[in-house]
Design a protein around this ligand. Structure first.
Ligand SMILES: [Mn+2]
Length: 263
């Protein structure tokens, strides 16, 4: 894409993200959740080919760039698909889209941009929605649950703030307790099962679907916390690219009420 084509794409998608706000409320039908793709364009294409149709909503959980070989292609194709299918495809924000607020490593996508494009991408991606929720018990986001009282409070979360960092940057530990401090090496905020139970109760949800943390066990906390990855970038730790599928007409009480597939 030329710089001008990129500028037009970004301007169009920015107004779409502004209309969506921070919280996507999914109402009915079938939902496919997709974990980090991280420049794995082939994974994105496989999901789209198999699942993009008028009866399905596809929710990507963030981290579209860096680590994989086709970051720009992956991100730009998702942004174009968002414009073409605004009600069937949702792109949540991961920490790799929050480059304006926190530095990520690796950042090969961002480092390959000139100053002007870097600013344009950072501005538009900072407007991505943060959370998706369903009426049958699911909440989905990139990392960990933010300290809010209600779902409506999610709309007040500011880019780069503490709650934003909890969502895009937070890790879960299989320990008791709430906030466990920041990891000394990565800086990521760490949370225990006490935090999970408290925030899920406040939000009235049963199951969290998230990505972001390759060393997390796939299913945690009484089978109510699911971590999925849909990228080959972590092949050594996670050999299969997985997605999760929910039928919104049935209550989801645990991860066992979802279908987990590989792509
Ligand atoms: Mn991440």
């Amino acid at each position: 894409m030329t710089g001008e084509e990129t500028r037009i794409l970004l301007a169009q998608v920015e107004s779409r993200f502004e209309q969506e706000g921070n919280l996507i409320k999914l109402e009915s039908g079938r939902v496919v959740f997709v974990g980090d793709t991280h420049g794995d364009l082939e994974a994105t294409r496989a999901v789209i080919a198999r699942h993009l149709n008028p009866k399905t909503q596809i929710v990507f959980l963030g981290d579209y760039v860096d680590r994989g070989p086709k970051s720009a292609e992956n991100l730009n194709s998702l942004l174009r698909l968002k414009l073409e299918h605004p009600d069937n495809l949702f792109l949540l924000m991961g920490n790799h889209e929050g480059q304006g607020a926190i530095s990520v490593h690796p950042a090969d996508f961002w480092e390959g941009l000139d100053c002007k494009l870097h600013t344009q991408y950072a501005t538009v991606l900072s407007r991505m929605p943060l959370v998706a929720s369903t009426p049958n018990g699911i909440i989905a986001l990139h990392g960990a649950l933010p300290n809010v009282e209600t779902l409506e409070d999610l709309e007040k979360i500011d880019f780069g703030g503490r709650q934003w960092q909890q969502i895009t940057w937070g890790d879960w530990q299989e320990k008791d307790g709430g906030y466990l401090g920041n990891d000394p090496f990565t800086g990521r905020p760490q949370f225990g099962q006490g935090w999970f139970d408290e925030m899920m109760k406040r939000l009235g949800k049963n199951v969290l679907i998230r990505s972001h943390q390759p060393n997390a066990r796939q299913v945690m906390y009484g089978r109510r916390c699911l971590t999925i990855f849909t990228s080959s970038a972590y092949r050594e730790l996670i050999p299969h690219r997985t997605i999760a599928i929910a039928d919104l007409e049935r209550e989801v009480k645990t991860v066992d009420d979802l279908v987990i597939e590989t792509v």
